[in-house]
Ligand binder design. Structure first.
Ligand SMILES: Cc1cc2nc3c(=O)[nH]c(=O)nc-3n(C[C@H](O)[C@H](O)[C@H](O)COP(=O)(O)OP(=O)(O)OC[C@H]3O[C@@H](n4cnc5c(N)ncnc54)[C@H](O)[C@@H]3O)c2cc1C
Length: 412
């Protein structure tokens, strides 16, 4: 495999690097900057504005919709350079990674004009209203319904595990719009404003004290008739597009978060002497190998995209990626807690400081359960084999859609 990037990609790398050096605070790239909660809040606001001015949010989108039309290689380089600098490349995850690309693919011109600019400026906070108390893996069983009343949809029902619903401006929500159609038909994908009387949210507290996801209750909530993405009763197909973006990854950068964290775990093992233990060393060697597999598989996926290859091996790589990294992460975090020993149970996080949890961004330990970054990462790892499709569901997908095995038997 030839790992050199084309010359034009390297020219673009210099452009991105120069922009980062000119726009990040001094000392940021060397990791010398630590911010209090208030400083971080101000920095984040300013940074989103700078990202938008630089044209980096959703830079792969076509220029007519405010993107820069970056090629695959340019977008890989962009991700690599932002990772190297430890700088965020996001406005709002649900906006720029999930619903934005979905609107770009399925939306009407009016929807694109109405919603994409706010996503590019990182101004609208979105949330994803798919899961319900009785519809998670079996999402098509959802019961939330929407009925037309004049030129508005009226929505009733309940969603659960809705990340950032408590402060989101909009929800992209799946609702049943034809109760008589079969399970997968009769569902529509609606863009509904959150701040209205018909919607109530209730936080669900996590083990580390934070509460990032919510129950969402719709009781006659209203959204314009025109806010259906991809056509009435076509929501299942549109939702599958969104889930594809959720399971996707940045081919050559997503392993880096794990590599950095792995190095920090080794430091803990060196400092407390656990590195002398042969089984600990074996665990570290095994997990390091898995991080390298992620790196190499990322390069294989990128080669396939650049060469426009779509063979079964390539499909298998894409389909196994999410279960591989999420299961790896649980393994390494179990190892990390073992390495910390009894100290792993002490809550020594500092509620005055915001620190970045790899993959999740800045978080402030809560006053009554001040988890450290490593402990927060341990807790998050438990959820990673669930959200975006559980490992069992991913295995079903690999079996049925990639390997062509018989479909799993359905209950009679
Ligand atoms: C951190 C986090 C954030 C989330 N954020 C959001 C969000 O923002 N918006 C949103 O809509 N949802 C969100 N979710 C919900 C998530 O999508 C669901 O948890 C997930 O789809 C699984 O559904 P469930 O929890 O109902 O589990 P269930 O579907 O009840 O599954 C329970 C167990 O049974 C297994 N199982 C189920 N069906 C099968 C099968 N056919 N074959 C084999 N095994 C099976 C599952 O793998 C799992 O182990 C989030 C979840 C988490 C943990």
């Amino acid at each position: 495999m030839d790992l050199t990037y084309p010359d034009e990609a390297e020219v673009f790398r210099k452009e991105v690097r120069a922009w980062l050096e000119a726009n990040l605070p001094e000392g940021w790239i060397d990791g010398d900057v630590r911010l209090t909660g208030e400083e971080r809040r101000r920095f984040n606001e300013e940074w989103t504005r700078k990202l938008h001015e630089g044209g980096w949010i959703c830079a792969t989108w076509p220029e007519e919709y405010g993107g820069r039309g970056l090629s695959t290689m340019e977008s890989v380089v962009l991700n690599e350079e932002f990772h190297r600098a430890g700088a965020s490349l996001r406005g709002d995850f649900f906006g720029d990674t999930l619903v934005g690309p979905t609107i770009l693919q399925w939306g009407t011109e009016e929807q694109k004009k109405q919603f994409l600019p706010g996503i590019l400026r990182g101004e609208i906070a979105w949330c994803q209203g798919f899961s319900e108390p009785d519809a998670g893996s079996d999402l098509a069983s959802l019961k939330t319904k929407a009925e037309l009343d004049g030129d508005e949809w009226v929505i009733s029902g309940q969603k659960i595990w809705t990340t950032q619903a408590g402060w989101a401006d909009y929800i992209f929500v799946l609702a049943r719009t034809d109760p008589d159609a079969s399970k997968h038909a009769g569902i529509s994908y609606l863009l509904c404003p959150m701040k209205q009387e018909g919607i109530t949210t209730r936080p669900i507290r996590q083990p580390d004290g934070s509460a990032e996801f919510f129950e969402v209750f719709f009781d006659g909530a209203r959204c314009p008739e025109a806010n259906v993405v991809g056509g009435v009763n076509n929501g299942w197909k549109v939702a599958m597009t969104t889930l594809g973006f959720e399971r996707g990854s940045s081919a050559t950068t997503s392993y880096r978060r794990f590599e950095k964290e792995w190095e920090e775990i080794v430091e803990v093992a060196r400092a407390n002497g656990r590195v002398q233990d042969a089984r600990t060393r074996q665990g570290l060697a095994r997990t390091w190998s898995k991080v390298q597999l992620m790196r190499i598989n990322g390069l294989r996926s990128l080669s396939a995209v650049v060469q426009d290859r779509k063979d079964p091996g390539v499909a298998a790589l894409g389909a196994t990626n999410k279960m591989f990294w999420s299961e790896y992460h649980q393994e390494v975090m179990d190892l990390a807690m073992g390495i910390c020993g009894m100290k792993g149970q002490l809550l020594t996080g500092d509620p005055a400081l915001e620190e970045s949890v790899p993959g999740y961004g800045p978080r402030k330990p809560s006053d009554d359960y001040p988890a450290t970054v490593l402990q927060s990462s341990f807790f998050f790892s438990r959820s990673e084999t669930l959200w975006g499709g559980t490992s069992q569901i991913q295995r079903n997908i690999v079996g049925e859609r990639v390997l062509g095995l018989p479909k799993e038997p359905k209950p009679a």
